[in-house]
Write a protein that binds this ligand. Sequence first.
Ligand code: Q9C
Ligand code: ZN
Length: 354
Amino acid sequence: MISFYPTVHTGHQPQGEFWNSRVDIPVEVFQRVDLIRSGLVQSGLGAPEAVNESTLNGIRPLVESVHSPDYLSYLETAYGRWVSAGGDPTGVMPFVFTGRKMDGKPESPLALPGYYAFDMGAWILPGTYAAAAASAQTSVHAAEQLCQGHEAAYALCRPPGHHAGVDFYGGYCYLNNAAIAAEYLRSPARGRRFERLAILDIDLHHGNGTQQIFYQRHEVLVVSLHIDPAIEYPFFAGYASEIGSGAGEGFNLNYPLPGGTSDEDYLSVLDKALEQIARYDPEGLVVSLGVDTFAGDPIGKLALTHSAYPRIGQEIAGLHRPTLFVQEGGYALQHLPDLVGSLLASFEQNAKSS
Ligand code: Q9C
Ligand code: ZN
């Protein structure tokens, strides 16, 4: 399977994440990229191609069809403004929040993170914007391959994207790579077009950013399987009652899962989700591929075993749609090569043989 990875991402290495009254050791580490790269090779998928861009040059209008220009220029300038205003060089992070309780828009660079971030876990460092831009470029390179006639492609994105919305960030995510790729597929610079699209999000966590971006639209069906937000991050979105609104009503489907969900239970819910996607009959599919559903994941609470992942790949292949895989989470470092590699290899095998 043709695949791509970003080279400019190691300048983004937050030293921590606020969680439960502590600063936790980060799990979204730069080593994830090289580990997954080796998994692709070991699984016989071939080595991914390097993406060397570190700006949004060439894709800015596309990215602005997902994120607001105001938000993008904030991300780009946040670290410099923070430090000039006396912010601690450890990283840009919010400590007073807007939202349901207050909705002013401050100008202080020390307050702005609380306007754009919804949690204290996605710090902004000097290299964060370049890394996020490189990650978005990676997803676009992979999407291009579908427009040029490939049946599948994989974007090894880091940082991940599905928690980032039109003008907010959080959950290790700054730019929504899957949403950007989806917009590219819907109106490519050249080649085949995929106007009716489905996004299937199988990361452990609910993709609240992706949900928000497409909530009022029916041309992109968003379907997500994730741990019940009543018990796990992101807590404030991902409930089954969130079905889309306006023209998008009925085009957002959430499947919250109980803690400890097993392979069999997960696969039967995935089956239902795929049936819904088949009914929608999209021209193409974008998979937000997180493998933090694995039992051994350090922050996960589902109980999938290794053998679930090839089965997931096989089930997705059964849709018979041009498919773009975009990497999201997954933090069990020693297992990442196998989890990602086996899912993609099984997808490829089953897509060919049927
Ligand atoms: N101590 C993604 O998987 N914090 N984001 C978990 C860790 C937030 C996950 C607690 C998890 C965000 C892309
Ligand atoms: Zn996740």
